[in-house]
Every structure is written in structure tokens, then in C-alpha cells.
Design a protein around this ligand. Structure first.
Ligand code: SF4
Ligand code: FES
Length: 371
């Protein structure tokens, strides 16, 4: 791919801090809360090595600091070593977000040699039966636990990622203990987000408010006890919140996503918004997309907001929450995110969460593997 000329920087728009490079949608796991789109991009639609190297070089030239290499399962790309070397050459800090199932000592060494800086390893639960049931793959948990010491032995810092829901929420203390045992420096305890596959599985995943409060109390206690030894990041579930999170740090403010097929996006679910179309790296530079594409400008900042966001004193804190969730739940991407207590839909949402979590969990609808 030939490099495209860089564009004039639009006034008042800062470049993104980090690139989320979704290298592939292929994944051996089938987690029912997966944040990938329902329509997975197949292998034949994926960008070539050359195209990804060009994307990474552009990210470096734009002044981005980090690249998060994710998917799907990024180690399914045989050219991952070359891509990490390209990211390193572009001056980017490289973070690999992986299930660990396709890693071994030799490959980890090669990735480290290429310039890998950090690994985020996902686990589905603290014990194998539940973890393998969520992952939809027998034996996955043991293989993950086996690779964690190899990551540490390679001298790479380790973060444990775990998505929390009604089937594993009681194990939060055990998951934190597991992070300590595996010598992780950080654990990200994130409640499931309900869009895409997660929305399909909401009733199967939603915890009760009492379960949430117990988990939050455990996290608070562990944070104090493990201060200086283990960092615990905690992402609350929207449906029980009073105010939404600043999704992606605000639309097109901090992060840029490149999907496996080359679409350039402000968040991984942006393609669900029907009246927006997004450019591709096959025809548009990252800088052109970020600074000049109308879809990136559409929900940036606060000018697009309607009431109650428009006059709210949190509008530059949460940036109105999540546009994709507003679309999915309120039917309009410019509506106030129903996770906000000021949304007319909020009470309905809370009632829904309470009734779904109080009834027996339906069977999972597993994500496809995209293989
Ligand atoms: Fe955030 Fe809008 Fe709710 Fe205010 S009204 S807290 S800006 S979502
Ligand atoms: Fe798209 Fe939140 S996932 S704005």
C-alpha cells in the first residue's frame, strides 16, 4: 500500500492517544459477551501485512502513543511479529490483548524480540468448569493458566482481564487472588457491556443488584489491602449506574479503532449506527478520517447534544455516555444514554435489569468463531 499524504490538522481537534488495532475477528473462543460486531469479518476480508504496517506507521506519525493489538484473537495472525516490529519502529508502546491459547514460549520470545511491551491475558472465571463454559471451549482455562508464568518469565508485565456477569460475579475475590498468584501487576474487572453479542445474552449475564454491591465491596477492600502490589481497575455495569461512563473517553477524542477489514472507527460498535458511514484505510489516511471525516465529527465534543446533556454539568466528563448504547436502547444515537438517570428510559432499564437478573438464566447464545 502506498502512503497517503498527511492532511492539514483541523483546528481544536487533538490527535488520538491510542490505536485499537483489531487485527482479526477470528478467535478460538465463543464468549457470549464478545464486543465484536454480530457480522464478523472473515479471513479473506482482513487487511494484509503491508496494509497494517502502513496503518501503524501512520499512527506513529500522527503522534499516537500506544497500540492495543486485539481482535478476535490477534495471535491468530501469523504476521503478528512483523506487526509488532512495525509498531515499535513507529514509536508505539505495544499492548497485546489475548486469550493466550495460541501462545507458547517460543512465540512469546519472538514477540518480545519484535518489541512487545505488555500482555493482557483474558480469563473467564477463577475455576475451570465455569471458565470453559463461558469460553465455549473445553480445556481453555488450564491452557491460559499455563501460559501466564511463561509471559512473566519472558519479562513481560501482565494484566489479567476478566468480564464479570451473574455466572462469575461471586468469584471476584478468587479472581483477584488468581491475579496475585499469576504475578500480574494489574487486573481489569469489567462488568459485561450490553451491546452486540452481550445485548443478545443480556438476560443470561445480568447480575442482581445485591451481587453487584457485594462484588464492589470486595473490590474496594482488595484495593486497600493490595495497594502498591496489584492495581485493580473496576468497570461498573451501566444498567445499575446513575450516570454513564465516558465511552471511549468521548466519541473521537482519545481512541481510534481500525477493524480487521480496514474500516476506521471511533469505537468498535460504531457501524451499528445506520446513518453514518466510515472510511477505510484502503482509501483514506488515519489523519484524514480523524480530522476531517464527518462521521468522526458527528458526536465529537458537545455541540451535537440535546437536552438533558446540553445543559448538564457532566457533559464534558462523560460526553453523554455511549452513542451505540443510546441507539440500541433508545432508538437514536443522539439520545441521552439510558444508563443516565436523567434519561426518561432509565427507570425502565433498571426495572429490566432487576427482572432479568431475578429469573433463571437462559442458555447462552455463543459468538461464532469467525474461523
Ligand atoms: Fe452525562 Fe448527559 Fe446524563 Fe449529563 S445528562 S450525566 S451529560 S449522559
Ligand atoms: Fe460506540 Fe460507545 S460503543 S460510542
Amino acid at each position: 500500500m502506498t502512503s497517503m499524504p498527511e492532511v492539514q490538522v483541523a483546528a481544536k481537534v487533538d490527535p488520538p492517544l491510542a490505536l485499537l488495532a483489531e487485527l482479526t475477528h477470528r478467535c478460538p473462543l465463543r464468549c457470549p459477551y464478545c464486543s465484536n460486531p454480530k457480522e464478523l469479518a472473515g479471513r479473506s476480508a482482513e487487511l494484509s501485512t503491508e496494509a497494517w504496517l502502513d496503518v501503524l506507521a501512520q499512527a506513529g506519525r500522527m503522534g499516537m502513543l500506544q497500540v492495543h493489538l486485539s481482535g478476535g484473537e490477534p495471535t491468530a495472525r501469523r504476521d503478528l511479529e512483523a506487526l509488532i516490529a512495525g509498531a515499535r519502529a513507529a514509536g508505539l508502546y505495544t499492548n497485546l490483548i489475548t486469550s493466550g491459547l495460541q501462545l507458547d514460549r517460543a512465540r512469546l520470545e519472538r514477540l518480545k524480540q519484535a518489541g512487545l511491551d505488555h500482555v493482557q491475558l483474558s480469563v473467564q472465571d477463577s475455576e475451570a468448569t465455569g471458565a470453559d463454559r463461558i469460553a465455549g471451549l473445553a480445556g481453555a482455562h488450564q491452557r491460559k493458566l499455563a501460559i501466564a508464568p511463561v509471559i512473566r518469565a519472558a519479562g513481560l508485565p501482565l494484566t489479567l482481564n476478566v468480564v464479570i456477569h451473574r455466572h462469575n460475579i461471586a468469584h471476584v475475590p478468587d479472581l483477584i487472588a488468581l491475579a496475585e498468584t499469576l504475578d500480574a501487576s494489574r487486573i481489569e474487572v469489567a462488568h459485561a457491556q450490553y451491546y452486540g453479542w452481550g445485548l443478545d445474552n443480556r438476560a443470561a449475564l445480568m447480575p442482581t443488584r445485591a451481587q453487584l454491591e457485594a462484588a464492589t465491596a470486595h473490590v474496594t477492600e482488595a484495593r486497600a489491602r493490595l495497594k502498591g502490589r496489584l492495581v485493580i481497575d473496576y468497570v461498573l455495569p451501566d444498567y445499575y449506574a446513575r450516570r454513564p461512563k465516558a465511552c471511549m473517553g468521548g466519541w473521537a477524542r482519545r481512541f481510534m479503532v481500525v477493524a480487521p477489514d480496514g474500516q476506521i472507527l471511533p469505537c468498535h460498535a460504531a457501524t451499528t449506527i445506520p446513518d453514518l458511514s466510515f472510511p477505510s484505510v484502503r482509501a483514506t489516511s488515519l489523519a484524514e478520517a480523524w480530522f476531517h471525516d464527518p462521521a468522526f465529527a458527528r458526536f465529537r465534543g458537545t455541540d451535537w447534544m440535546r437536552e438533558p446533556c446540553r445543559s448538564c454539568d457532566r457533559r464534558e466528563i462523560d460526553w453523554g455516555g455511549c452513542r451505540c448504547q443510546a441507539l440500541a436502547l433508545a432508538g437514536a444515537a443522539d439520545a441521552v444514554d439510558p444508563a443516565c438517570a436523567l434519561s426518561p428510559l432509565h427507570e425502565k432499564l433498571v426495572a429490566l435489569a432487576e427482572s432479568e437478573s431475578a429469573t433463571a438464566a437462559p442458555a447462552f447464545r455463543y459468538r461464532g468463531t469467525g474461523l
